[in-house]
Design a protein around this ligand. Structure first.
Ligand code: FNR
Length: 184
């Protein structure tokens, strides 16, 4: 079984990102399982709490959890044209200690969304910049910027537009192809 960890950049109960993430999770083929990784309970990263003899248990638990996954899907809104702090914080925690990053070499894909017209382009590309530094091979094409998110979803949180479902399926298929390339 190939395990996909999903990290969502919003803590909001009715988050569009969360709803989109659960639509996308359903599009993976047999042999793949997805799990949303909790990041809202993580303390802010502080290097003073991450020394050899003193590591915050929350950091250790998060690192041990993320090591179980074969790939990561990021679904995020844009905050002030960038990545929400909660997601950035999770990346920072997983990236340390230097040389032992949980992200290193793990395939990833990014979906950004916005209720506005720009589809979270700024967040998508700022996240991409960090994933380059973290040495994660990331799906390049298709790029996924979902705009007008409120109109995309029905009252049950399902993507209602068939064209968008098809686009998301092609995105997942490309991601699966990337993951397979990195599986030994
Ligand atoms: C936003 N929002 C927003 N939207 C956008 O398209 N570009 C942006 O730069 C921002 N900036 C921003 C900053 C902060 C602090 C908040 C709280 C919101 C609006 C945002 O896209 C909207 O609240 C989404 O609904 C957030 O995604 P979730 O929570 O629905 O997943």
């Amino acid at each position: 079984m190939t395990k996909i960890g999903i990290l969502v950049g919003s803590l909001r109960k009715e988050s569009f990102s969360k709803k989109i993430a659960s639509n996308v999770a359903a599009l993976f083929p047999e042999g793949y399982e997805t799990e949303c990784i909790e990041i809202g309970n993580l303390p802010f990263y502080n290097q003073d709490d991450d020394s050899e003899n003193n590591v915050l248990p929350e950091y250790t638990a998060f690192r041990n959890k993320t090591k179980q996954f074969d790939a990561f899907l990021f679904v995020t809104p844009e905050y002030n044209r960038s990545v929400p702090a909660v997601l950035s914080n999770a990346l920072d925690i997983g990236s340390r200690p230097y040389g032992a990053s949980v992200w290193n070499g793990i395939p990833a894909a990014i979906i950004s969304q916005s209720p506005g017209n720009l589809g979270g382009f700024g967040a998508n590309h700022h996240l991409r910049q960090s994933l380059v530094c973290l040495n994660m091979p990331v799906v390049q094409q298709p790029e996924a910027y979902l705009s007008n998110a409120a109109a995309l979803l029905d009252e049950n949180g399902k993507v209602k537009n068939e064209g968008t479902v098809q686009f998301l399926q092609s995105f997942v298929d490309t991601f699966v192809g990337l993951i397979q390339k990195y599986q030994v």
